[in-house]
Design a protein around this ligand. Structure first.
Ligand code: NAI
Length: 328
């Protein structure tokens, strides 16, 4: 069975080789999936793609022409896949629905703490022999109101940590989690989340109903000095509205692991390039914005689970035995 992995990074190749056990004929490319590169897939039985590979209608048609019937996403989100086009072209799309919600929830907390306690600034200062504390004042999370939007696997893990910090946790989700309620979190409306939260953290998937969930209108409903954290998908936030709110000091700070236009930037070393995306460049100039490049999932435990589920998905598809985590 020949499998081509698009958009691979060195650490992923290592993991996929380690767990392959010579079962599959695996090939890696660092090329992303697009109309130019799709021809690389010819002759393969399956392809494996990542968060920023866009599986469009034209690519679904090409895959059909090449006789490829399965696309394995090595991630949980699938907003980058045209599911209708895949269905029409007889392509089964599988994903890794759960690998380590703790990895993402813990990174969310790392970003929140880093931003709040200005760890990134302190680290640089101390390395330069500057031991001054001016400008490093943060706030206690204990006693603050944290608004969590989306209480699925990751949001739930984040709620547990925030309760441990002694925060008041208000949540919004289409489905309420009874276990979380027992923990003492409170389900409320989105309006209430905007109005009452000192910290807002996003954990919903990106789809039509959640696109630009944070926009000019919802920002206007927020408390002054709110901190916004997004480790879910960039498209949940209207970047231009966020920049305006940061300039007006309506938002106290933003911690972001994802960005609307990240597919052109993240996972690439652009340190020698002139970056053309003015919005990310503006975001990077704020002292109260902390950005990581979609690394919330990046723990050993999560990587191992991603690799194992991806292989078991492919095996289940071709052999009919085992669990197939189908998206469509
Ligand atoms: P999940 O499917 O367990 O939970 C999503 C929750 O969102 C569900 O409870 C669902 O009811 C709720 N929801 C869906 N639409 C909603 C809406 N319109 N309004 C309110 N609630 C809504 O997903 P999980 O595993 O918790 O992941 C959440 C998101 O985190 C993923 O969709 C993905 O975008 C992102 N993610 C980011 C990673 C990173 O490395 N930064 C890694 C993994 C996931």
């Amino acid at each position: 069975m020949k499998v081509l992995f698009f958009s691979t990074m060195a650490f992923e190749r290592e993991q996929f080789n380690k767990f392959n056990e010579n079962k599959y004929d695996i090939h890696f490319t660092d090329a992303e999936l697009n109309d130019l590169n799709i021809s690389l897939a010819e002759g393969f039985d399956a392809i494996c793609i990542f968060v920023n590979d866009k599986l469009t209608e034209s690519i679904a048609k090409k895959l059909h022409d090449y006789g490829i019937k399965i696309v394995a996403l090595r991630c949980a989100g699938f907003n980058n896949v045209n599911l209708q086009a895949c269905k029409e072209n007889g392509i089964c799309v599988v994903r890794v629905p759960e690998y380590s919600p703790y990895a993402v929830a813990e990174h969310t907390v790392a970003l929140l703490l880093g931003l709040n306690r200005k760890i990134h600034k302190a680290y640089n200062r101390v390395r330069e022999g500057n031991f001054s504390l001016n400008g490093l004042i943060g706030f206690d999370i204990h006693g603050k109101t944290v608004g969590v939007i989306g209480t699925g696997k990751i949001g739930r893990a984040f709620c547990h940590i925030m309760k441990g910090f002694g925060a008041h946790v208000n949540c919004f989700d289409l489905n309420q989690d009874e276990e979380l309620k027992k923990l003492g979190v409170n389900y409320t409306s989105l309006e209430e989340i905007w109005k009452t939260s000192d910290i807002i953290s996003l954990h919903v998937p990106l789809n039509k109903s959640t696109h630009h969930l944070i926009n000019e209108d919802t920002i206007n409903q927020m408390k002054e000095n709110v901190v916004v954290v997004n480790t879910s998908r960039g498209g949940l936030i209207d970047t231009k509205a966020l920049i305006t709110a940061l300039k007006l000091k309506k938002i106290k700070g933003a911690a972001l692991d994802v960005y609307e236009e990240e597919d052109k930037l993240f996972f690439h070393d652009l340190s020698e390039s002139v970056i053309q995306d003015d919005d990310i460049m503006r975001l990077m100039t704020f002292p109260n914005v902390l950005i990581t490049a979609h690394q919330a999932f990046l723990t050993n435990e999560a990587l191992e689970a991603i690799v194992k589920t991806t292989y078991s998905n492919i095996q289940a598809f071709f052999t009919g035995s085992g669990e197939l985590h189908k998206v469509n």
